[in-house]
Design a protein around this ligand. Structure first.
Ligand SMILES: [Zn+2]
Length: 445
């Protein structure tokens, strides 16, 4: 049995819940008690525990990144500021088919390592470079395991023949590969690795492929993810092809909408937002990426009011170009406020929840809250960092002012994965050298 006690001077245990001196007792990665350090250390079950001392720091829940494409970190800067179709041709479709399993491992170490340093403890990697097998997805999962990060591998179902061959599968291939990956990696005890299904989008997957993915997800008892209504032209395409806007078109298929995680939804109409709420679907929201690409603005204020579970996502490292969920909290708040022309449209506590508690709910994982019953995923923030002063408004400052420099330590499932601002298990030098070698001849032109 691995028992650990982590102590700190302050804590935010959940949205709107702050504390003074705090200790967290965890056994085998599960939080058993949270309270005053004197009480926790006197608990007989804490006897002989490992101690992690976060003096002059604050404990906050590890952040949850509900949408990412890890390999895209390799393309950062390569296609920036280009029109989407030009970016897709000159960067994505040019370089991504060249990547093998070892390269995917390099990309994942890079993306996930950088995320850990920014306080992300759970990442959902929406994975579409499958090359008709599981070697690439496996290398990605193994990279997360090596770093000590919690991962959801959302394995893509893709059959649009306009994309490179390495993206595409037949329906039987996609289902069989998904089932094999899920059988190998689904961790129902500690939830360190889970496998979800992910029909790419209305343009990347045929209706039959989307139904097959949702069916495979149902059989595996997991949710399914789909990009929807990211750009305006996708709404027009959906009207042309299916006679309905994106969410209505999907709802018309034979799928379980309550297990659906829509990604983006920038152009959802009011009746689609109503439908998402009514069918208990969730949303992965990527404000930084939506702004970077000029996609549009999802009406989060309305969706929160309707009770839809929303989790923040960074999206790929070449469409943001940051990988911080704390940054997305700020982006979400600012984007909603300016769009509504209302400084009170959304508050810091709501945005903090979107990156922690409700993001965990979106992914159906017991993470994002520092309370018994949740996994022990924690981030330490340096209270001596000026970006968190004055200290009395800690949660507001975490959302609106936090510098990544203040993120000092990270624990995933009770285990230290970042210590003193350095990755604990994989040398940064190794990752840097591998990324430099792999991308040495890549060009913008
Ligand atoms: Zn995406």
């Amino acid at each position: 049995m691995d028992t650990v006690v982590i102590t700190a001077d302050r804590a935010i245990t959940a949205p709107g819940k702050s504390r003074g001196p705090t200790a967290v007792l965890a056994v085998d990665g599960a939080i058993m008690r949270v309270g005053d350090p004197n009480d926790i250390l006197a608990d007989p079950s804490a006897r002989g525990a490992r101690r992690i001392d976060w003096s002059r720091r604050a404990i906050v829940p590890g952040t949850v990144n509900t949408h990412n494409h890890s390999f895209q970190s390799l393309l950062r800067g390569i296609g920036d500021d280009l029109p989407f179709l030009e970016w897709r041709e000159k960067a994505l479709y040019r370089y991504s088919p060249l990547l093998g399993a070892e390269d995917m491992g390099t990309a994942a170490l890079f993306a996930f390592g950088e995320m850990l340093l920014h306080g992300v403890t759970t990442v959902c990697d929406f994975y579409y470079l499958n090359a008709q097998g599981n070697a690439n997805a496996t290398a990605t999962i193994e990279a997360a395991k090596r770093l000590g990060m919690r991962i959801v591998l959302a394995r893509c179902f893709y059959d649009w023949d306009g994309a490179p061959a390495s993206y595409r599968e037949t329906i039987p291939q996609a289902v069989a590969n998904f089932e094999e990956l899920a059988k190998t990696y689904q961790d129902r005890e500690r939830f360190l690795t889970t496998v979800h299904a992910a029909p790419h989008s209305q343009h990347g997957a045929t209706p039959a492929m989307i139904e097959a993915a949702a069916g495979a997800a149902k059989d595996a008892g997991v949710p399914w993810h789909i990009h929807l209504a990211e750009e305006k032209y996708q709404v027009e395409q959906s009207m042309e092809r299916f006679g309905a806007p994106p969410l209505r078109a999907i709802a018309g298929l034979s799928v379980d909408m309550s297990q659906k995680i829509a990604v983006h939804g920038c152009w959802f109409e009011a009746d689609e937002r109503h439908l998402l709420a009514e069918r208990k679907g969730s949303l992965a929201y990527c404000p930084g990426s939506n702004m970077f690409l000029g996609d549009g603005v999802t009406d989060i204020v309305d969706l929160v009011a309707r009770g839809v579970n929303i989790g923040l996502g960074t999206d790929g490292g070449c469409s943001n170009n940051r990988v911080s969920v704390f940054d997305e909290m700020r982006m979400a708040a600012l984007l909603q406020k300016v769009t509504k022309v209302d400084g009170q449209a959304i508050d810091a506590e709501t945005c903090f929840a979107l990156g922690t508690k409700t993001a965990g709910q979106v992914l159906r994982l017991p993470v994002g809250v520092v309370e018994p019953g949740y996994r022990c995923d924690l981030v330490a923030l340096d209270l001596d960092d000026p970006s968190l002063w004055p200290a009395q408004a800690l949660e507001k400052n975490v959302v609106y002012a936090l510098s990544p420099r203040a993120i000092t330590d990270v624990v995933v499932d009770g285990r230290e994965v970042v210590s003193g601002r350095r990755l604990s298990h994989v040398p940064s030098d190794e990752i840097q050298a591998r990324v430099a070698e792999l991308t040495r001849d890549w060009r913008r032109d």
